[in-house]
Design a protein around this ligand. Structure first.
Ligand code: TYD
Ligand code: MG
Length: 465
């Protein structure tokens, strides 16, 4: 009889050790190690010897040529969802949708399921977390009760596979959530790493064989990493994150891995009483409350995937009563803020070490582009000097550690979007292609951060003393 191996598996990162420990040596998480029994035993050394003997079956090799240029797609008619997936669902592919509990994953996927089903495609929705009555209540709230979606609550993988094998193959199968799946031959509890891996890989290979699109929903922990589901990211074709800030109604679906389309593409939704509504023009939405002439705000002309988006960056710089002043950031990278503050201090003579600094990206968007540096610096300087930026100004540009302002890509698209929304002036890196069509905006080209600082008046290094 095969000997069962005993493994201790970190539930955060999936690292396997032979002993229990309070802290995972790989990812540093505390109390995350759980004993799991693994059905698969590694092959005995005797089997490995046969590699030398060349006894295996010959594999087939093929050419790279293909008849079909693009993967076939099933459009869902939710255009923001289709945009993020790269044009619709690909049959025989697997998508992981991650997000914090309560962000709206079930709502989004029920809307996707209903939209497809209403187009005549067979859709299966497996809810392991909620009872059918709860899903029905949500459907009626969304006005989707009539959509012919096949609803189930099965979580046993063997049962799911056999239910999907008979009869018509569905076009789309949604599993909500992957943490509720379990397989009898794995002894660990549902939600553990070995159950996650085993169940997901069984379902994914079934989806590929049968040619349906599989959507796996996975919960993310507070740290922002998919706990558990992180370990299945490499198995799926597409990884989407659904994010937003509590208290904001905006939700952003972001693609971080996509074997069939672009990454970094975002879809913007607004959570309302009747579910998620698509936001076709996010710039207008993110700028809707923007007040001109208020110090501490700057409008950043950003890019999210292939789409230009204008967002307001807000800063508050106030004298600190603390020994170590506070730096708090929402929607941007804390390290990036520390870097901008350091460059302002070291290269431009602007003292911020005696000030608390708060930075916020309006509307609940999370910016990842270095091109936001210049707008963030402008917001900080504007708040520090209580001087508003000139009206209708949009900014973009990366700040380097030397204090130089570096060029960034897609300047034409950024400027066009700004012009479309009524901006008449742009502050941008010098040498950004002169031919760029910017709709006749006034341009202020900067090559050093110092030049921006000079626009806010003279800064004496001893000013704050
Ligand atoms: P849900 O889809 O259950 O989140 P998840 O599956 O990611 O855990 O959505 C939960 C939140 O969305 C809940 O707090 C209520 C809110 N909501 C609305 O505001 N409007 C709606 O129409 C629906 C269905 C949910
Ligand atoms: Mg849910």
């Amino acid at each position: 009889m095969a000997k069962r191996s005993r493994n201790f598996v970190c539930q955060e990162c999936g690292a396997v050790t032979s002993q229990w420990a309070g802290k995972c040596v790989t990812c540093g998480a505390w109390n995350s190690i759980v004993e799991e029994q693994d059905e698969q035993t590694p092959p005995a050394t005797a089997n490995l010897v046969s590699i030398k003997g060349g006894k295996g079956r010959k594999a087939n090799f093929e050419t790279l040529k293909t008849e079909t240029r693009d993967a076939p797609r099933i459009e869902t008619n939710l255009s923001e969802f289709d945009r993020v997936t790269g044009g619709g669902l690909v049959p025989g592919s697997a998508i992981l949708v991650g997000g914090e509990p309560g962000i709206g994953k079930s709502t989004l996927l029920l809307q996707v399921a209903a939209a497809l089903a209403q187009n005549g495609a067979p859709v299966v929705y497996l809810s392991g977390e909620e009872a059918t009555a709860q899903v029905r209540m949500r459907a009626s709230r969304l006005g989707l009760s009539e959509a012919p979606v096949a609803l189930g609550t099965e979580t046993n993988v063997a049962n799911i596979v056999s239910s999907l094998s008979d009869g018509e193959t569905p076009a789309l199968v949604i599993v909500d959530s992957v943490q509720t799946l379990w397989a009898e031959n794995l002894e660990a509890a549902p939600g553990t790493i070995s159950q996650l891996r085993g169940c997901s890989s069984a379902l994914i290979s079934h989806a590929k064989r049968k040619g349906y699109c599989l959507v796996l929903v996975g919960h993310v922990t507070k740290e922002g990493q998919i706990a558990g589901p992180k370990v299945i990211e490499h198995m799926v074709d597409t990884v989407l994150y659904f994010e937003g800030q509590s208290g904001h109604q905006f939700r952003i679906l972001r693609s971080v891995k996509n074997r069939f389309g672009p990454t970094d593409e975002i879809g913007v939704f607004e959570m309302g009483y009747e579910g998620l509504a698509e936001v076709a023009n996010p710039s207008a939405l993110f700028l809707s409350d923007h007040e001109e002439n208020s110090p501490g705000t700057a409008v950043f002309a950003g890019m999210e995937g292939t789409r230009p988006i204008l967002v307001e960056i807000q800063a508050l710089v106030a004298p600190s009563s603390l020994g170590t002043p506070r730096r708090a950031v929402v929607g941007w990278d804390t390290n990036r803020l520390a870097m901008i503050i350091a460059v302002l201090e070291a290269r431009c003579g602007v003292r911020l070490s005696g000030h608390d600094v708060y930075l916020n990206v309006a509307g609940g968007l999370r910016l990842t582009e270095p091109a936001a540096d210049l707008a963030a610096a402008a917001a900080l300087l504007s708040s520090l000097t209580e001087t508003p930026l000139p009206e209708h100004t949009a900014l973009f540009g990366e700040v380097s550690l030397t204090g130089a302002i570096r060029r960034v890509g897609h300047s034409e698209q950024r400027l066009k979007e700004a012009a479309k929304l009524g901006f008449s002036r742009s502050i941008l890196p010098a040498g950004n292609d002169a031919q760029v069509n910017d709709g006749g905006m006034e341009r202020v080209e900067l090559s050093e951060l110092k030049e921006l600082v000079a626009r806010f008046g003279p800064f004496d290094a001893d000013m704050e003393e």
